[in-house]
Ligand binder design. Structure first.
Ligand code: IMP
Ligand code: MG
Length: 175
């Protein structure tokens, strides 16, 4: 399955960085509790690994969004396919994302979540492609800044495949 995948960030480096992020987020969380929001499906692998490394009373919720419009570039208008189960009012909230590309979908999501009055709202992404940014987003924690290449693994897919790879790779011959 993985023969056309070039490794960009090997598993041990991803794991080491998630350990570090868990430690930093623990330190920078003032209260005892932290509410993690996973943006499905891509954020799921990263969120599970990160949550295990945060030394707080962690609660989890899941949200699924899809971009309106066809094609590979997102329009930035986000449709909520599955909404959160729990209210955010007063909570210390951390959005956990797989990757930030144009920033369009996240910027839109942040506006929706802010309107639910969380006590604090931070963003953590495993990967960031800063060269692709169209809408600025204030990201609090970034695992790795990467060049403009289409990546898979650790939750990221190509046509729904490769999410389960334990490293970040590039599918050779795509884009
Ligand atoms: P944007 O920041 O609104 O452009 O959209 C980001 C979303 O596009 C991410 O949450 C991913 O689902 C998807 N995406 C962007 N770049 C990649 C990539 O390199 N591999 C897989 N999915 C990607
Ligand atoms: Mg995503």
């Amino acid at each position: 399955m993985s023969e056309n995948i070039r490794v960009m960030i090997p598993e041990d480096e991803v794991d080491a960085r998630i350990n570090e992020l868990g430690r930093i987020i623990t330190e920078e969380t003032k209260g005892d509790e932290l509410h993690l929001i996973c943006v499905l499906k891509g954020g799921a692998f990263f969120m599970c690994e990160l949550a295990k490394r945060i030394n707080k009373k962690v609660t989890l919720d899941f949200m699924s969004v899809s971009s309106y419009g066809a094609g590979t570039s997102s329009s930035g208008v986000v449709k909520i396919v599955k909404d959160l189960d729990e209210p955010l009012e007063g909570k210390d909230v951390l959005i956990v994302e797989d990757i930030i590309d144009s920033g369009r979908s996240l910027a839109y999501l942040v506006e929706i979540l802010k309107s639910r009055n969380p006590g604090r709202l931070r963003i953590c992404t495993l990967l960031d492609k800063p060269d692709r940014r169209v809408i600025p987003v204030n990201v609090d924690y970034v695992g790795f800044k990467i060049p403009d290449e289409f990546v898979v693994g650790y939750g990221l897919d190509y046509a729904q495949w490769y999410r389960n790879l334990p490293y970040i790779g590039v599918v050779e011959g795509v884009e």
